[in-house]
Design a protein around this ligand. Structure first.
Ligand code: ADP
Ligand code: ZN
Ligand code: ZN
Length: 816
């Protein structure tokens, strides 16, 4: 092949296409598909990292315009398998971003070549004929040193310096030099041995034996003569320093051998091998169905719906064992927060060294080495959040997504891909079995399973024994009526007191999601909602206005409740801090820990707080939903869901679904072997179907109610949302852009196939100095909806040449 089609490693949408490069002779046979290269790019032939998408015998580019590939990286070992390249193409379409952004998401982190520009004064040129501005630049440059990083210089000189620098370069008074910075995180092992053929050996040995100052040399020679080859670490373990090693190397007495090693992320010695459990009847049925899918040429995605402790993880492990027996590999996605030492231990103990783990707490080098192990066929199972998907396995056979309802699977940096969707696509492309597991699947997924698009496997019993906790609903309207204004109901206070006396632990949840507050009546529980969208209004403190973040309808906050005329209608919101204070006031002797965004800003503070609670260093843990997930606290017997309403009224149609999940998870924390576990759900809406079903742990009951409502409102799975966020530095331009997008969409919507809402200020209406507006489109046909939205944005871009950006999301989780 003579030509390579290369994606340039830069993010600008204008260059989001392949560029042809000639493959010079020396790179023939190693400049292959998926390989990383350095190419000259642009008018100035800046050296840039690129990725070969494909090869070709010919090119349509004029021969005189074609450039050569400068360098092939990674020794010609592809950084992308053909599967990953296909996946990137798919992600690009799905998440409205550039190919390079997708490749960056897939590529191991930290290895991308960095480019740094340096400026220096051209000493060969007489410095004359410069103006005032140029003189300042030259003086500054001289002061800062011989060679100055361009970025640093621009920082010192400010924005205006760019043009001056360009002019100086044109006049040949300064040089600009590019350096490429590469981190390959190679971990080399060094081995040393004696070269017995060395003519200096005998002499040196004798000298070293006689001269005390040469003790180091003597030790090395004796050691290596006895043991043969040793690693550097071994030699050093005898108290030998670097200097005698160096001397002997120089003399040619020592031979050095370097070998690339891979970092280990765990040590097998710390784990004891476990055997598979004999499956229960339910498990056996599920396993049989999964095994059948493994052999099926046309596979169906599987939803494994089972309550916590029903043995899902055991099923994953036994299914993986079957996959490995077929000579295939498996990937297991676990939300970052649930990837606890306990879960890692289960997989490592079962599978030993064929399993590895990747997650964000590992160093870039450690992560890269796990990636290499997958590439080199040294491991067959990878566990991790999102990035575990992108392992270069050669023959993937199973993709598992645990806790599939978790929205943390959505990446928060561009491309904002949903790892669950990518996992499904990866399974489809590789012909792998795809398993989604959850105790509380999201409504859309469950609906697909009920309709037969997915294979539904259900586990209804707890294998490990243990009872579900007793769930109680507490009517907070009654508390107020009876004069209790504390955020804790009387019964919860009483139970907390009992737990303290018994030395058992309590968890208090405040499932508050972010910023949105709502307005509700404390007497009758009525929540102010948009009549059009059936979504709770969001309260905007400053103006006292209520706004629907779907359609933009606004209302003034009423002075009295429109239902019961009570004056106790106001915005809702107590923070974790307030809950902590109140608990302290009620129980001054209790040791209380708090976990929320404020207390977990520092690295590792999250796991430290949880560990100290597990170790019994506190009686009460107060926190947001982050304490609900995935952790096991054997001494917790009481859980208080302090304000279920705060997640029930987030101004998002996912609110009931999320609340059901949170209460179920919270309940899971109090599930114990004996029957002492109890949960109190405090709410102003005790009759809400979400609360009543959650209290009964009745997922199906909840699903039946929720799906009716979704159908009525045309919400997913019956309708599809598309969100366009318009953002810019200038408030008016952003508003105008959003308005014009709204008008364009309305005009194009002749047939009325779509429902266009907004523009409305986005929930984060101002973020990082940018103003943000949002238009929401609702439709029923996904392909048509995407086309419609994209066309609208394109047309809007044409008439708005201003500095505004459009961020497109299909099926946004965060509608508000
Ligand atoms: P889940 O993933 O659904 O929460 P797990 O797989 O963690 O459930 O199982 C819960 C507990 O039951 C674990 O301690 C597990 O080791 C144990 N377990 C799972 N399957 C069996 C079985 N067939 N027999 C006995 N114990 C089992
Ligand atoms: Zn009321
Ligand atoms: Zn509305």
């Amino acid at each position: 092949m003579k030509f390579a089609r290369v994606i340039i490693g830069m993010n600008s949408p204008e260059i989001d296409r392949v560029f042809d490069y000639r493959i010079p002779e020396r790179y023939e046979g190693i400049a292959l598909q998926g390989v990383r290269v350095i190419v000259p790019f642009g008018r100035k032939n800046t050296k840039t990292e690129g990725y070969i998408l494909s090869l070709s015998e010919d090119s349509e580019v004029l021969p005189e315009k074609l450039k050569d590939i400068t360098e092939v990286l990674d020794g010609g070992k592809p950084i992308f398998t053909p599967t990953m390249l296909k996946l990137a193409e798919w992600m690009k379409e799905k998440y409205f971003c550039t190919m390079n952004q997708c490749l960056q998401a897939i590529m191991p982190t930290g290895i991308r070549t960095k480019s740094i520009w340096y400026v220096s004064i051209n000493k060969a040129n007489e410095l004359q004929g410069y103006n005032q501005a140029e003189r300042i630049v030259l003086d500054t440059l001289q002061e800062m040193g011989a060679e100055v990083e361009l970025k640093e210089l621009e920082k010192v000189l400010g924005q205006g310096a760019k043009n001056v620098l360009q002019e100086l370069q044109r006049k040949n008074m300064i040089h600009l030099k590019q350096r490429l910075l590469r981190s390959d995180y190679k971990k080399e092992k060094r081995y040393y041995s004696i070269d017995s053929a060395s003519p200096l050996l005998e002499n040196t040995r004798k000298k070293a034996q006689q001269d005390k100052r040469l003790l180091g040399q003597q030790k090395i020679i004796e050691l290596l003569m006895e043991k043969g080859e040793c690693t550097l670490e071994e030699i050093k373990s005898y108290g030998i320093s670097d200097s005698p090693i160096k001397t002997l190397l120089c003399k040619g007495i020592l031979l050095e051998r370097r070998e690339e090693g891979k970092r280990e992320v765990f040590s097998l010695e710390n784990y004891e091998k476990t055997q598979p459990f004999h499956p229960t009847t339910e498990q056996a049925k599920a396993l049989e169905a999964i095994e059948a899918q493994l052999l099926e040429p046309k596979k169906r995605p599987i939803l494994l719906h089972g309550i916590t402790g029903s043995g899902k993880t055991e099923i994953y492990m036994q299914s993986i064992a079957k996959t490995l027996a077929l000579g295939k590999q498996a990937v297991v996605l676990v939300p970052e927060i649930s990837l606890t030492p306990q879960i890692m231990e289960r997989f490592i103990s079962r599978f030993g060294k064929v399993v590895s783990i990747t997650h964000s707490r590992l160093s870039a080098g450690e992560r890269l080495d796990q990636w290499k192990k997958a590439r080199d066929g040294e491991i067959s199972v990878m566990i991790g959040p999102r990035s575990a998907l992108f392992m270069p396995f050669s023959n993937l056979g199973m993709v598992i997504v645990d806790e599939v309802h978790e929205n943390s699977y959505i990446s928060d940096i561009t491309p904002k891909y949903d790892a669950r969707e990518v996992a499904k696509q990866l399974a489809k492309e590789t012909g792998s079995v795809f398993i989604m597991g959850s105790a509380t699947p999201d409504i859309v997924t469950y609906h697909r399973a009920v309709k037969g698009e997915y294979l539904l496997l259900e586990l209804k019993e707890r294998t490990g024994g243990g009872c579900l906790p007793k769930m109680h609903i507490v009517d907070m309207c009654r508390e107020l009526e009876d004069g209790n204004r504390s955020p804790f109901s009387r019964v919860l206070q009483e139970e907390m007191g009992k737990n303290l006396k018994k030395g058992q632990q309590t968890m208090l949840f405040l499932n508050r999601r972010g910023y949105a507050t709502f307005v509700s009546c404390r007497s009758c529980g009525h929540v102010m909602r948009c009549p059009e969208c059936n979504i709770s209004y969001t309260y905007h403190g400053k103006e006292g206005d209520l706004i629907c973040h779907y359609c933009g309808k606004t209302e003034k906050t009423p002075k009295v409740c429109p239902v019961c005329n009570s004056k106790y209608i106001r915005y809702f919101g107590a923070g974790t801090q307030k809950i902590e204070e109140e608990a302290k006031r009620l129980f001054p002797e209790a040791r209380i820990l708090r976990m929320d965004l404020d207390t977990t800003l520092k690295k590792d503070s999250h796991s430290k707080i949880l560990q100290s609670f597990r170790d019994g260093e506190a009686d009460i843990l107060v926190g947001t939903q982050m304490i609900a997930k995935g952790h096991d606290f054997p001494n917790v017997t009481l859980v208080g869901v302090v304000a279920a309403d705060s997640s029930l009224n987030t101004g998002n149609f996912y609110a009931p679904e999320n609340t059901f999940q949170l209460i179920t998870q919270a309940g899971g924390r109090a599930g114990r072997a004996d029957d002492t576990g109890r949960v109190y759900i405090q709410t102003y809406q005790p009759k809400h179907y979400c609360i009543t079903n959650a209290a009964k742990q009745d997922y199906e009951g909840f699903y039946k109610e929720e799906i009716l409502l979704r159908e009525m409102m045309g919400y997913p799975p019956f309708g599809i949302f598309f969100s366009i966020v318009i953002s810019g530095q200038n408030e008016k331009e952003t508003m105008d852009g959003a308005e014009s997008l709204g008008r364009i969409l309305e005009a194009e919507n002749e047939l009325g196939n779509f429902f266009i809402m907004g523009p409305v200020p986005a929930t984060l209406s101002k973020f990082r100095g940018e103003f943000r507006q949002r238009v929401l489109i609702q439709g029923t046909n996904e392909a048509e909806l995407i086309l419609f939205a994209r066309k609208g944005v394109e047309n809007c871009k044409k008439i708005n040449k201003k500095e505004i950006r459009f961020n497109l999301t299909l099926n946004p989780m965060n509608i508000v």
